[in-house]
Design a protein around this ligand. Structure first.
Ligand code: SF4
Ligand code: SF4
Length: 411
């Protein structure tokens, strides 16, 4: 396969230290001030207490606004429609479950082809299979909705599968699966073009929900074949999806912290299934992204709060990478009342998959000398500065619009 290499393009500096999900900003923002989890975490990390309380203010402000049924405008209800569905798919017996006692025997290459075909049928635009590096498994669970205090009205589920780990905040996570099936789900460029807005947040939730459903369905399928499998998606991760996807050859890690794929750029979301069935694996790819990002910096220049570094990579838990200022980024989301995706959208790789753009991507990959010119050309043609597009009328504040507007969405 084109552009495949033996080793991923991130630089390993030494032993990779596994990541505790409790250190993630999304986990820290959802620590209820005064709860035992919050007090316990900040006793060990007093330096983060102040910023985490600022993050929590936004998080719990949103949660309160979400729980109010009456909205001021139809558009305010949009994000609720998609994000809530993902939580139901995060329950222990949705992501994992019993394995069929009889194994279906299929050769690894044939099984990999079959799994990819099913994943695509379930909605993945791209799917690749890599080995699961145990270094990418979280050490401990850190994200709601599994704290008891945070589940006033959980969807019904019928018990925790035998051996399931990672149910509660702080539970250790161990996943011994050999393989990871990484899937990419594209975001609608029109809705995302209004980012940050309720419409783009709605779209992000829609794509995460599609990915979560596909991952849960694919994991069910693998277990029905007689092999262990677990889904990983927005509301229930056991592994770090970006490096796992890099190892599978779905793309490379970019300066903006997102995975950059040749076909989708950065305008997509990931979901994954880890599994232990015989599978042929894909290799990582070298698309020249590391060098391209050195020359580009468009995401860093357009980030409204300077959360993306303009300088060099640094060592993070044993891997050299550009380190995003996640607190700055998330505080900006809070100030906007919704998720920002400007860095995903301005990335020169995030272009519609036309023949022309495919050709440009191929040139960027194969001709390192052309990259600087391509960076400048992207600014000339598409503008150096992000311009927020209007929200389509059906998703606008007034919520008006004809069905034809909805049908016009390109997918
Ligand atoms: S999501 Fe927005 S705020 Fe966060 S890094 Fe990207 S551009 Fe900056
Ligand atoms: S915008 Fe440029 S620097 Fe940022 S991730 Fe994309 S290619 Fe790299």
């Amino acid at each position: 396969m084109a552009h495949e290499v033996e080793r991923p393009t991130y630089e390993v500096m030494g032993p990779i230290q596994r990541y505790d999900e409790r250190d993630n900003v999304f986990s820290r923002e959802s620590l209820l001030p005064g709860s035992s989890e919050e007090r316990g975490y900040h006793a060990n990390h007093p330096e983060l207490e102040k910023i985490d309380h600022r993050l929590a203010k936004y998080f719990f402000g949103w949660a309160e606004a979400r729980s109010v049924i009456a909205k001021n405008a139809p558009s305010e209800a949009l994000p609720e429609s998609t994000f809530r569905a993902v939580s139901a798919l995060a329950l222990p017996d949705a992501v994992d479950g019993p394995v069929a006692v009889r194994k279906v025997r299929v050769a690894p290459a044939e099984m990999a082809r079959n799994i990819k075909a099913i994943a695509r049928y379930l909605g993945a635009a791209q799917v690749r299979i890599g080995p699961l590096n145990p270094a990418w498994v979280y050490t401990h669970r850190g994200v709601w909705p599994f704290f008891s205090d945070y589940r006033p009205n959980p969807p019904a589920f019928d018990g925790v599968p035998n051996g399931y780990q990672g149910l509660n905040y702080g539970d250790p996570i161990e996943i011994g699966h050999r393989y990871a099936i990484s899937m990419a789900f594209p975001q609608d460029p029109d809705l995302m073009g209004s980012s940050p807005s309720e419409a783009s947040t709605f779209e992000i939730g829609r794509v995460y929900a599609s990915g979560a459903l596909a991952a849960v369905e694919l994991a069910n399928y693998v277990r029905a074949l007689g092999y262990p499998a677990r889904a990983h998606h927005l509301r229930n991760y056991g592994v770090l999806l970006v490096p796992v996807a890099v190892d599978s050859g779905l793309g490379e890690l970019g300066r903006c912290g997102y995975l950059i794929s040749k076909e989708l750029g950065a305008n997509f979301r990931l979901a994954c299934v880890t599994a232990d069935l015989p599978l042929a694996t894909d290799k990582p790819v070298d698309l020249g992204i590391q060098d391209f990002c050195e020359k580009c910096l468009k995401c860093a220049k357009n980030c409204p709060v300077g959360a993306i570094p303009t300088g060099d990579k640094v060592a993070v838990r044993g891997v050299k990478k550009w380190q995003l200022d996640a607190e700055k980024c998330l505080l900006y989301w809070g100030s906007q009342g919704g998720a920002c995706a400007i860095c995903q959208l301005v990335c020169p790789w995030s272009k519609p998959p036309t023949g022309f753009h495919r050709l440009i991507a191929e040139i960027a990959i194969r001709l390192p000398a052309a990259r600087r010119l391509l960076v400048e050309a992207d600014d000339w043609v598409y503008g150096a500065t992000y311009k927020r597009a209007p929200v389509p009328s059906w998703a606008s504040e007034r919520g008006t619009g004809s069905p034809r507007d909805v049908g016009d969405r390109k997918r």
